[in-house]
Design a protein around this ligand. Structure first.
Ligand code: SF4
Length: 69
C-alpha cells in the first residue's frame, strides 16, 4: 500500500512559519519558531493541507512523497 509522507529538511528551516500558518496541527514549531519535526505520515483527509503547507515554504524544504509500505 502507498502512503503519503511529508519530509522536511529541518536543518535548513529559516523559521518564517509559513507552513505553520497554513496548518498548525501538521507543522508544529519549536520554542525558537523553527519547524519542530522532520516529517510525518499524512492521515487520510489531511492530504490537501499537507500539500498546501509544503507549497507555502519559500525555502522549498518540505516535500510530499508517496512511499510503499
Ligand atoms: S515554511 Fe519552511 S522555512 Fe518556514 S518554518 Fe516552515 S519549514 Fe521552516
Amino acid at each position: 500500500m502507498t502512503k503519503l509522507k511529508v519530509r522536511i529538511e529541518k536543518a535548513q528551516c529559516v523559521g518564517n512559519a509559513r507552513c505553520h500558518a497554513v496548518a498548525q496541527q501538521l507543522f508544529p514549531l519549536d520554542d525558537d519558531g523553527y519547524v519542530a519535526i522532520e516529517g510525518f505520515t499524512v492521515d487520510p483527509g489531511d492530504e490537501v493541507l499537507a500539500r498546501r503547507g509544503a507549497r507555502a515554504c519559500p525555502e522549498r524544504i518540505i516535500s510530499v512523497v508517496e512511499e510503499e509500505d
